[in-house]
Every structure is written in C-alpha cells, then in structure tokens.
Design a protein around this ligand. Structure first.
Ligand code: URA
Length: 430
C-alpha cells in the first residue's frame, strides 16, 4: 500500500481499507512515514471523518502497533480511567489513588497536554523525581506492590498514538470523534485494563463544545471499546469553566494533593473538582460490582486514598512532602484580574483561560516547546460566586511581571459578572 493512495482516498472522502490503516499505524509507530504525510492524512481524516468500521480498524491497528501489557497475576479487577481532556483536569491524580485504595488494580498510560487541555504527564513532570517513563515490566511490578502505576506513552505500548498525538496537537486535528476514539482506546487496549471509565468533557474548554458532540464521542468510545472487548462506562461532564481552582502544571498537582489530604480545606472551585473525582471513582466501583460512591467517599475521607497517593509518589521516585511545602514550584510573578462591579459570576471561560495558560508557558504551541511547570492561572471565584467590586477573581502566575500583566489584561474578557444570582450547571451533564 502506498501512503499517498491512503491520503488521496481520505482527501476524496473515500474509506481507507483495514490494510491501509494498519500500514498507517505501523508507519507512524516506526517512523517510516514522515510527519508531513501523517499530517496530511490526519487533516483529511479530520475534515472527511472515518466510518465506524474505519475507526474500529484504526483503533485496533494503533493498539497492535506495539506490545499489550499482560496483567495476568495481578489482582482483579483491572481498571483504567481516561478523560478526553479539559482545562484544569487533574482528576487522574485523585481518582487513581481512591480506586487503588479500594482494592482495584489501576495501570494507566497518560498523555501530555494537547491543544489547550493539560496532560497528566506534564503535570507530574513538575514533581521532582517523579518517573513518567516506566517500562511495561516496571508498571506491572509496581502495580503488584501497591495496586497502581502510571506512565507516559512508552515507545512499547501503542507507539502509533504517541506519534499521531504529538502531530495532532500542532496541526489543528485534535477535535475529531474518530481520531480521539482511536487515540484513547488504543492506549486502553494496550494498557491491559478490562474495565474503563471515560470522562467525556463538554464545553468551551473541551474539544467537544456541545452536548450533542460530546454524546456522539461518548457513544463512539463505548461502541468501539465494546467491539475491542472492554467494559466501558462513559459520562459527559462540564468543561465550560475550568475544573477546580487551578490551571497550570504544578498548581494543579498541588490542588490535587490538597484534595487528597484528609481534613484539607478547599473553596467552592476545588469542591466541584472533588465532587467529579468522587463521581468518577463511584462509577468505576459500581462497574466492577463494588460499593460505588459511598466506598469512594470513605476512601477519600478516611485518608486511605492520601496514604495510597503517598505510596504511589514515593514508589515512582518523588518526595510528596515537597508538594505542600511553602514556595514549591512558585512562579516569580503574579497579577490579579479583579471584578469590575459587584454581582454574581456568570462565566469563567475555560477556553480563554486554557489559551492564556498555554501563552504563559503551561502548554505547547509546537512539538519542541518547553513547559514551565510554575506558570498558570488560579480561578478564585467559580460560576455562581457572589463577588464585590475590586475582588480578585483570577490570579495569574507567570515567569515575569510583563507576561503576568499582559495575561491579566487579556483575561478580563474571560470572566463575566452579572446582577442577578447565578447557579452553576451540575458537573455531571449526562
Ligand atoms: N486524550 C487522548 O488520549 N487522545 C485524544 O485524542 C484526546 C484526548
């Protein structure tokens, strides 16, 4: 098969055969197809779509582009969770230890930031010593010891996704139902889990902006996942405002840690994040026949999840005490965005905040961009909060005063204050 024929077919709106998709996935994985041809195919697939049959074939081809982790010997159930990506989405850092504390075996491969959405691996890279390059053998060994292991995309598991994911991030080809489906599920299949909980984000800070689009993605993930033999649960969750208080790598790790710490104090934005973590954990527990939400709440409130997270960070090479220490990964400059009038917060625009975070250095615009772990934005007043005139509603953390001031100025458009009382939408939409 020639890659040019596969590109021509997709460009002209025709279907690619299973053999073409297999060659595309293996060529992406071994580097034999150059980036410019992969990028051309991705754009054609983005514009013309893939049929359900092509999506399933691409998913299986990407999963088969490397090894499949064999979890035999580890206690069941083998569970994984995944989010389609949002602004401020750090749920993995809380949900994994909750579920491992409840006795589930959690083995997860996570990604880097994609577009304006952050990636778990970029967040964890802000923690000194935390290893995000575990080999499949190390993953299995660690999961056997503590019930939980997480790694970045290794060249050995679903390598086609690693190559395509990095290209999609910088070629405007992220927000495609078939490409997201194949990307997520190829990693889940290669990671060896049997049950997968998928959090499909919906709103201005997500790839799927409307409920219809998000539900279409959820349906595609469930049907292709089931074809591949996985038990899949999916939920659609709100991403019109950032999830939680913090957006930015180290800021988000710290917020996750504060959420895990028993008896910790948190405001309404973090409470919304905490609620979503508990709901996702509850769905996973229910899916495997355990105690659902009540068991998840107990694991978090008893401190069992915090103890598990501590074990996890230590096992992967980090000192978790550093995260809560004063001054940890603190950016040198700050600037606040203030409410220009008294009233109620009606909008905290996740897209604008995600874009501002990338401009500050929390995400990438090209494959080679370096992340600054310290920068980001704190959302001090979530939708529905009452505010006084002059009250700080966003806090920018930046590398220098000039970029802090510039971001704060841009972000005045991201927050809307109105006269009448506002009620935030529920975090779980469908
Ligand atoms: N998460 C993934 O792993 N892949 C995507 O394409 C989008 C979100």
């Amino acid at each position: 098969m020639s890659i040019i024929e596969a590109i021509d077919a997709k460009r002209d709106g025709r279907e690619n055969s299973e053999a073409e998709l297999r060659s595309l996935a293996s060529g992406a994985a071994d580097g034999s197809i150059p980036d410019y041809q992969l990028a051309a195919w991705l754009m054609a697939a983005y514009l013309n779509g893939l049929s359900p049959r092509e999506t399933a074939d691409l998913t299986l081809a990407m999963a088969a582009s490397g090894e499949r982790l064999d979890l035999t010997g580890l206690p069941k159930p083998w569970v994984d969770k995944h989010s389609t990506g949002g602004v401020g989405d750090k749920t993995t850092l809380v949900v994994l230890p909750i579920l491992a504390a409840c006795g589930l075996t959690m083995v997860k491969m996570s990604g880097r930031g994609l577009g304006i959405t952050g990636g778990t691996i970029d967040k964890l890279d802000s923690v000194e010593g935390f290893r995000t390059d575990l080999s499949p053998e190390e993953m299995k060994g660690q999961a056997a010891r503590i019930g939980l292991a997480l790694t970045g995309q290794t060249p050995r598991l679903a390598p086609a996704d690693k190559a395509l994911y990095a290209l999609r991030d910088v070629t405007g080809t992220v927000a495609s139902v078939p490409l997201i489906t194949a990307s997520i599920l190829s990693k889940k299949i290669a990671g060896g889990a049997e049950t997968v909980v998928l959090d499909v984000k919906c709103g201005s800070g997500a790839f799927m902006r409307t409920l219809n689009e998000a539900q279409a993605l959820a349906a595609s993930l469930v049907s292709v996942g089931e074809l591949a033999g996985l038990a899949v649960r999916s939920v659609v969750t709100d991403m019109d405002q950032p999830l939680g208080r913090c957006v930015g790598n180290a800021l988000e790790v710290r917020e996750a840690w504060e959420t895990l710490a028993p008896g910790g104090e948190y405001g309404p934005a973090t409470a919304r994040f905490r609620e979503l973590c508990l709901q996702l954990a509850g769905i996973a527990l229910e899916a495997v026949g355990k105690g659902g939400l009540a068991e998840a709440v107990d694991a978090l409130e008893s401190g069992a999840a915090f103890a598990k997270a501590t074990e996890w960070f230590v096992d992967q090479g980090a000192d978790p005490a550093a995260i809560l220490a004063a001054g940890w990964q603190q950016a040198p400059a700050r600037a606040d965005v203030k409410a220009n009038r008294p009233g109620w917060i009606a909008r905290v625009d996740a897209r604008q905040i995600g874009e501002a975070a990338v401009s500050l250095g929390a995400g990438r615009r090209t494959k080679a961009d370096e992340i600054d772990p310290r920068v980001g934005i704190e959302c001090l007043a979530p939708v529905g909060s009452g505010v006084a005139a002059g009250q700080a509603v966003l806090r920018v953390h930046a590398r220098d005063d000039q970029s802090a001031q510039r971001a704060a100025l841009d972000l005045t458009r991201a927050v809307e204050v109105v006269d009448g009382e506002v009620f935030a939408s529920p975090v779980l939409l469908a």
